[in-house]
Design a protein around this ligand. Structure first.
Ligand SMILES: [Cu+2]
Length: 139
């Protein structure tokens, strides 16, 4: 019985060791989103780079989600898979938001490395008092 307990302890420390050794490269991103002709639809250009190397991160799978930090659970924007852009490390995604305001884009990166980046940015408001609100039904 003692022997079993020792074996389990050894397995746990091995697992911790593997996790602790993860000094792998992470990702960083620049994001630019431009309005389209369609309301609340934006074309986003994302550049992925290695955080340490600064080198473009080509051949990644990038999934872009969006949420409003100020409104937890209020929105349900479907994540979209970005398409490769003009140059290595560039990606393009068309996102459809539900209202103007501050959004947090969630960039899920996989392929050459795995990472999740949260990128906060403000959308819309060019006309000032935008009151369009798909989910807030009270008027
Ligand atoms: Cu909202």
């Amino acid at each position: 019985m003692v022997r079993t307990a020792l074996a389990i302890a050894a397995a746990v420390s091995a697992a911790l060791w593997t996790g602790g050794a993860a000094t792998a490269e992470r990702a960083k991103a620049t994001v630019e989103c431009a309005p389209t002709a369609e309301r609340l639809v934006y074309d986003c250009k994302i550049v992925l780079m290695g955080r340490k190397s600064g080198q473009p991160l080509a051949g990644a799978k990038l999934v872009v989600g969006a949420d409003m930090p100020s409104m937890p659970l209020a929105h349900n924007v479907r994540p979209v898979t970005a398409a490769p852009g003009e140059k290595p490390g560039m990606y393009e995604a068309r996102i459809e938001l539900e209202m103007h305001g501050e959004w947090a884009l969630r960039l899920d990166v996989s392929g050459p490395l795995r990472d999740r980046l949260i990128h906060k940015m403000h959308f819309g408001g060019a006309k000032g008092a935008e009151t369009d609100h798909k989910h807030h039904m009270k008027k």
